[in-house]
Design a protein around this ligand. Structure first.
Ligand code: GLU
Length: 321
């Protein structure tokens, strides 16, 4: 029986998907290490994907730095921009045709519509400003515009974003492997959300779903700050007919006061540590100790750490939340 189960169960495919907007700071590196540990502990595959769609925020040379830092730490991946793989390319800016194709599917299904509102107009329109994680809830202003009204706005030179039409009643529930049961009434909290921005850039929520699905990622590990992006993403998985992966949202690295790292602290990546002669094993030990996986002062490689951890890494991490 267990043999059959082993054969039919797809093996775990995890990923780390950084945005090349600067060097990886300790929080990013810890998320990468944990995503790697979860995948490897399950004997699974690990994919590295570069999320560089937001061109104005991309920093020249940042991708190369990130890959170099992750390799230096001792992490490895089966597929990624520097080693390719069956679902290449692994850099989002090289996948625009793919996103366009899936956007077209949403369009054909009548699930997207153009929105001409500016941020300021949305903020104003929200009467009792319900502050969602990414600003005020979108109140649906452009949902029912007629063709003529759209034409007027186009004529005034406004370029629309494209929004995903949410089923008003749908409450999305899922159980995060670390954060536990979670749910969100997406229409009430976020409203119809953007899948392509007015400047033509495909939105994170949309591209990440297309990529994770096409790359057969069945476990998404990332920072807890993205927990409530998952509900929007689940709506997109469902709309596009993709299987929904499992999610594990890991804690962020906090400062001594328990607050998120300030920009200044975030920007200090590995460079100063490397310049001071710190070894990769010391950094891995520091990252692992910061979430209670080893004792402070431990010096250890990722593979040694993997061998030392008990099989149910989720249970260990849940107690550290
Ligand atoms: N690219 C995102 C970031 O760097 C992570 C997205 C994800 O893991 O889903 O914050």
């Amino acid at each position: 029986m267990s043999e059959i189960v082993a054969r039919v169960q797809p093996s775990l495919r995890g990923r780390y998907a950084p945005s090349p907007t600067g060097d990886l700071h300790m929080g990013n590196l810890r998320t990468a290490l944990l995503a790697w540990l979860f995948a490897r502990k399950a004997g699974g595959q690990f994919v590295l994907r570069i999320e560089d769609l937001d061109r104005p925020r991309v920093r020249q040379g940042s991708t190369e730095h990130m890959l170099e830092d992750l390799h230096w730490l001792g992490l490895d991946w089966n597929e990624g921009p520097d080693c390719s793989g069956p679902y290449a390319p692994y850099t989002q800016s090289e996948r625009l045709d793919i996103y366009q194709d899936y956007l077209q599917r949403l369009e054909t299904a009548g699930l997207i519509y153009p929105c001409y509102c500016s941020r300021a107009e949305i903020a104003q329109a929200a009467s009792a400003p319900q502050q969602g994680e990414e600003g005020p809830r979108y109140p649906g202003t452009c949902r029912y515009l007629t063709q003529a009204q759209r034409g007027e706005r186009e004529a005034s030179g406004r370029r629309p974003s494209l929004r995903f039409r949410i089923d008003d009643e749908h409450i999305v529930n899922f159980t995060d492997l670390l954060a536990g049961p979670t749910s969100q009434h997406v229409q009430q909290v976020v409203g119809d959300f953007i899948v392509r921005r007015a400047d033509g850039i495909f939105a994170y929520q949309f591209a990440v779903v297309v990529d994770d699905a096409l790359m057969h990622i069945n476990q998404v590990v990332r920072g807890i700050d993205l927990l409530h992006s998952s509900e929007r993403q689940i709506l997109l998985y469902e709309a596009l007919g993709f299987p929904v992966p499992s999610f594990a949202h890991v804690p962020l690295v906090l400062d001594k006061q328990g607050k998120r790292l300030a920009k200044r602290e975030q920007s200090s990546g590995l460079a100063p540590l490397r310049a001071a002669g710190t070894t990769p094993q010391q950094v891995v030990g520091q990252l692992a100790a910061s979430c209670g996986l080893v004792l402070p002062g431990t010096s250890i490689s990722p593979y040694e750490l993997l061998g030392r951890l008990a099989p149910d890494l989720y249970a260990i991490m849940r107690t550290k939340q």
